[in-house]
Design a protein around this ligand. Sequence first.
Ligand code: PLP
Length: 397
Amino acid sequence: MKITFTDRINRLKPSATMAVIDRAARLRAEGVNVISFGAGEPDFDTPDSVIKAAEQAMRNGKTRYTPGSGTAELKKAIVEKLARDNNLGYSPNQIIASSGAKHSLFNICQALFQEGDEVIVFSPYWVSFPAFVTMSGATPVFVQTTAEEQFQINAEKLSAAITPRTRGMIVNTPSNPTGGVLLPETLQMLVDMANQHDLWLISDECYEAITYDEPHISLATLPHAYERTLTVQSCSKTYAMTGWRIGYVAGNKDVVAAMGKFQGQSTSCPNSIAQAAAVEALMGDQTIVQERRDEFRIRRDYIIDALNQIPGLECVMPEGAFYAFPNISAYYGKSTGDQIIENSLDLAAYLIDEAAVATIPGAAFGADDYLRISYANSMEEIEEGVKRIKNALAKLT
Ligand SMILES: Cc1ncc(COP(=O)(O)O)c(C=O)c1O
């Protein structure tokens, strides 16, 4: 039978990260000691108290469908968390829980954007942002940020990208992949621009708990931002709960209701047990969040210094998340003997083959001069991995 896929499917690009991950898996299966800097998730375990809450939820019969947009208990916990940690006031009818922030972001785009619309995505971007926009039928319009400007957003470039078709912007601070944190003045510029052009601000704050220098600022707390901001957060990175799949949105109640309608007709509701576990994560003792942030800070300080000591590598000090994002373009044009390294895909492939170190090529994030290196690894692995990278790069001539 001839299969004809829809335009919707055909528009989606396959993940550029998969080639490296597949290669790493193959090498591992052959018994090679691969060090993976590819993970987009904490290496820590889910806190014990959260696991216990899930066990209890199962014993207590919380194993059935819940309301589509989440249980009343979880919405209450999210409201309290947003007030406690983010200085944000919402009521439960402004909250929807979803199967991870990825699902939240997908649903927002489904509710607000369609064919003919344009949505601003800042580059380097998290791989899924363009896909969310594309799947809604709208067109992503990229605005480049640079290491020279500390990955802040340039107002002139943004202004030039806005057209009468622009409906929103997807903002991500702290950022995956750069680890960059947007300054208050950058955030205010975005809010002003959004007000001027009547745009939605989709604020992906999944890494809000992992900031090293300044406390996270939620976009919706800025003057004139609240009405047009959809705040997206997640239990995934903060509580090492990536597999549990709980994220949420806080914002305009009509948008939240529209997302609830969409969610109700697609996935019904987020997992009931994970919702109960998320209540414990959000409301329980938060000491572990601080402890893990401190641990990430030690790793960050080590890896950025070590990467910057490798000849040709330049790495901005990331202020949040757990990614280093070195510029590796000094190695382009160099040769492995039989192959010239021309781009980030070539270099990532070389590092996996030569050094058994998996990294994610910057091309996946719209930034081909870079590699993304996740330091959600033990210090031993970080030290060994950086040493291997250094030795492999030294062999390129
Ligand atoms: C920037 C960003 N937003 C959203 C997500 C999705 O997180 P979740 O596990 O809650 O779907 C990720 C996960 O890698 C991310 O890096």
